[in-house]
Design a protein around this ligand. Sequence first.
Ligand SMILES: NC(=O)c1ccc[n+]([C@@H]2O[C@H](COP(=O)([O-])OP(=O)(O)OC[C@H]3O[C@@H](n4cnc5c(N)ncnc54)[C@H](OP(=O)(O)O)[C@@H]3O)[C@@H](O)[C@H]2O)c1
Length: 396
Amino acid sequence: MQKRLTLLGSTGSIGDSTLDVVARHPQRFSIYALTAHRNGEKLVEQCLRFAPEVAVVGDADTAAQVERKLREAGSKTVVTYGPQALVEVSKSDACDTVVAAIVGAAGLAPTLAAAKAGKQILLANKEALVMSGDIFMGTVRDSGAVLLPLDSEHNAVFQCLPNGGHEGVQHGGVTKIILTASGGPFRTREPSTLVNVTPDEACKHPNWSMGRKISVDSATMMNKGLEVIEAHYLFDLPGDRIDVLIHPQSVIHSMVSYADGSVLAQLGNPDMRTPIAHALAFPERVDSGVAQLDLAQVATLTFEKPDYARFPCLALAMKALAEGGVASAALNAANEVAVDAFLNRRIGFMAIAQTVDAVLNALQNHSASSLEVVLEADAAARRAAHTIIDSLPVPA
Ligand SMILES: NC(=O)c1ccc[n+]([C@@H]2O[C@H](COP(=O)([O-])OP(=O)(O)OC[C@H]3O[C@@H](n4cnc5c(N)ncnc54)[C@H](OP(=O)(O)O)[C@@H]3O)[C@@H](O)[C@H]2O)c1
């Protein structure tokens, strides 16, 4: 049966890779809705190519521009806008699968709506899970939604679990999961020079091509910290059974350790189309367009322990996970504000960790008892981060 998709964040890096895989298998996949925030031009191109029923953008002006261009080109795609429109296309009966690829907290409401509606959810938007972990996973359980990880590490773990992911970590003698990390562009850079890093340098990832926010998160290793929290919720494992291992080649995407001493790993070229194709076609396998891995050419795979002093964001994320409550939501919100300030050259690279740390110290942690409580913690952390950033010097 053909899968009918809502693709949240279609104009981003994951959106591009997803549409590339979809285009290879028109009999298997079709598009119900595509969504962007402000990039109307790219959304128009995608609509003309994939003919979705609905296109969603962030605001009325962008919607009017997209609508005009689509009508001129003879397209019948309906154009809507705003956060509620994202929720509507995520829970619509007209789609069965939602690819959650909006960046940041803006993805939470539509992804949660997809979970409530019992959809198959292909999750790239790790921030949604980091913010609302127990609430999100509880919703998935109650509705019978199916959650498949797109993040390459979590997708790799899923593939290495007993019976190819059909059984969770509580079965089959799983002892640990090991998330690999490239170490980003600053793994070997002299720490004292990190204060002067520019946004372009931080976004130059050695192995992966990604959006700017996740690229900065990879450079600070906050991304790996968010992934540890994501793995905790996805696989129901405590933080002390989730290891991080630096693997600069990004060929092993993660591993699962078993009680008998076995370690299963998933390998592949670093290209998001592999985990996307795996999750789209699950439990079958389809061509993703990614070249087969040539291990003789790779020749060397190396591993190191992470350096928490060089990457304080990784330690902050581990601490937030250990504290529980709304600490992860506050960490995520503070990080989003700090990364945005860094990308806009308002603060230096090292001030990202400084800001997140100061926000976590300033706010009182408490139980994440409801979505409203989580959203309040998110808002409070954003306010605190802005106040801290206002007090920091503008980099030269
Ligand atoms: N890229 C990767 O390789 C990768 C790997 C693993 C996980 N992820 C995760 O996947 C998610 C997307 O990453 P990405 O690299 O694809 O990001 P990206 O290239 O920046 O794309 C983000 C997408 O979200 C949309 N968007 C931004 N702000 C929005 C808002 N306020 N409301 C609605 N839509 C909004 C953007 O629309 P416009 O284009 O109109 O701005 C774009 O379509 C992130 O959570 C990231 O952590 C990414």
